[in-house]
Design a protein around this ligand. Structure first.
Ligand SMILES: Nc1ncnc2c1ncn2[C@@H]1O[C@H](COP(=O)(O)OP(=O)(O)O)[C@@H](O)[C@H]1O
Ligand SMILES: [Mg+2]
Length: 413
């Protein structure tokens, strides 16, 4: 890296890149709050009210971190430039206006009239089905348009200058091996998480099975959490431009069930983070006492899956176990989120413990988990879509029991 971007040199940088002509063009610059990773993010407001977000990857030379993430976003941008047919929905149009590979700097147009979906849900405590449907339709459109298309796959295999790419990264991974160094890096409370994780043999084998069945077949976003989805602030008055998927830094050739599972996990986290946890309250009771009950989220969860399948019905012919894999990937995403909480915030308590139990159920008993999570069976979810598209129904309607007793009571874990 040659240049280290800061608020002192950002204007000069924009001038050199031809993105603004003089100091007077800039009316404000501020570091972006809430950005998660090792990137440096700075938001610059130009005098004509245009806003640019500059991101610099700080860990390019750090071998522990996944490098060249900004390159991936730029590659996605290039893909849509080269194959414009892919970008015919504004929801996935990338916002990249400049990429500087040498300094690992990416500049995006900033959409000030949009808000993050996590913020919208958090502030308003409403979960409109049309938003979930718009996301499902958008995601399915991307997966369908790229599914099994060799030309897009080859394009996404392009490596950064001087690097080689031997294959696509399989994100269906467990926690990996743990050595004694763990005692120095995680708080004592959090060791419980690793002990439990290692004790659950069924969990490990379910993850191994998921990794084995991971089937890279289309372009995937790979980091589809609510923070990476923007919603127009006037979404109620608009029919389209409702949602935008952003932060394409992890995109690659992947398994479509992974994206949908990650998204599902983000919704489930709203429920799981709202549990009332206390050492004196049993897990079952906590799940029951959630401030945002699962029932409030269920219409959105169902709308998301139905919209996805409606826009990409063939997925159920390509993958008869698609919905089960989505559920399992949701479980895996929850496990990775607990691990992130531990490593980034040095934090693990009963809420994370509940999350682990739910994640385990999703991974090891996905059939039963469908009933619990959605409140209805797989065939009930798919029925309205099946009527339109006439695809085969799930093989058998088993005599399934809910994982939880009435409402959200956890069973068998
Ligand atoms: N182009 C954009 N328009 C509006 N908001 C954005 C844009 N890009 C990023 N943001 C906001 O900034 C946050 C962090 O940006 P993101 O690219 O997701 O960084 P990180 O890699 O840190 O997750 C997003 O969650 C979103 O709220
Ligand atoms: Mg992000």
């Amino acid at each position: 890296m040659v240049l280290s971007l800061s608020s002192h040199n950002v204007i000069q940088y924009l001038q050199d890149a031809g993105l603004c002509s003089s100091e007077d063009d800039v009316s404000d610059k501020s570091e972006l709050p809430g950005s998660s990773k090792n990137n440096f993010n700075i938001l610059v407001t130009l005098a004509d009210n245009r806003q640019l977000l500059l991101k610099q990857e700080r860990n390019v030379n750090n071998n522990d971190a996944a490098p060249h993430e900004l390159f991936q976003e730029w590659l996605f941008h290039q893909l849509l430039q080269q194959f414009p047919v892919l970008g015919n929905t504004s929801a996935i149009t990338p916002l990249v206006v400049h990429f500087d590979e040498e300094n690992s700097i990416l500049v995006r147009s900033y959409l000030s009239e949009y808000v993050g979906l996590a913020t919208l849900y958090h502030n308003n405590e409403i979960f409109p089905q049309e938003i979930a449907s718009a996301i499902g339709t958008t995601l399915a459109g991307l997966h369908r348009a790229t599914y099994n298309r060799r030309e897009y796959q080859n394009f996404m295999a392009t490596a950064p200058q001087g690097e080689f790419r031997y294959g696509f990264y399989n994100p269906a991974q467990g926690l990996g091996s743990m050595g004694p160094e763990i005692f120095g890096t995680v708080p004592t409370d959090a060791l419980k998480f690793y002990v439990l994780y290692q004790q659950y043999e069924s969990l490990e084998s379910a993850i191994a099975d998921l990794a084995y069945s991971w089937n890279p077949s289309c372009l995937t976003h790979n980091d589809l959490k609510l923070n990476n989805i923007l919603v127009h602030s006037r979404w109620e008055q608009l029919d389209n431009c409702l949602v935008r998927l952003i932060d394409w830094e992890a995109c690659s050739w992947g398994d479509p069930a992974f994206d949908l599972g990650t998204l599902l996990a983000s919704y489930l986290r709203i429920w799981l983070k709202s549990l009332v946890v206390d050492p004196t309250i049993e897990l079952e009771e906590s799940l029951h006492l959630a401030l945002t009950p699962l029932e409030i989220l269920q219409p959105s969860l169902i709308a998301l899956i139905r919209a996805y399948v409606n826009a990409f019905p063939m997925i159920l012919e390509y993958r008869s176990d698609f919905i089960l894999r989505v559920i399992q990937f949701a479980g895996l995403a929850l496990i990775h989120q607990i691990q992130d909480t531990i490593t980034c915030h040095k934090y693990f308590n009963n809420a994370e413990l509940c999350m682990l139990q739910v994640a385990k159920s999703l991974l090891t008993m996905p059939e039963q988990a469908i009933l619990t999570i959605f409140g209805i069976s797989e065939s009930e979810i798919l029925n309205p879509v099946a009527k339109i598209h006439k695809f085969p129904q799930p093989v058998k309607e088993q005599q399934l029991l809910r994982i939880y007793y009435e409402k959200t009571r956890l069973r068998g874990c």
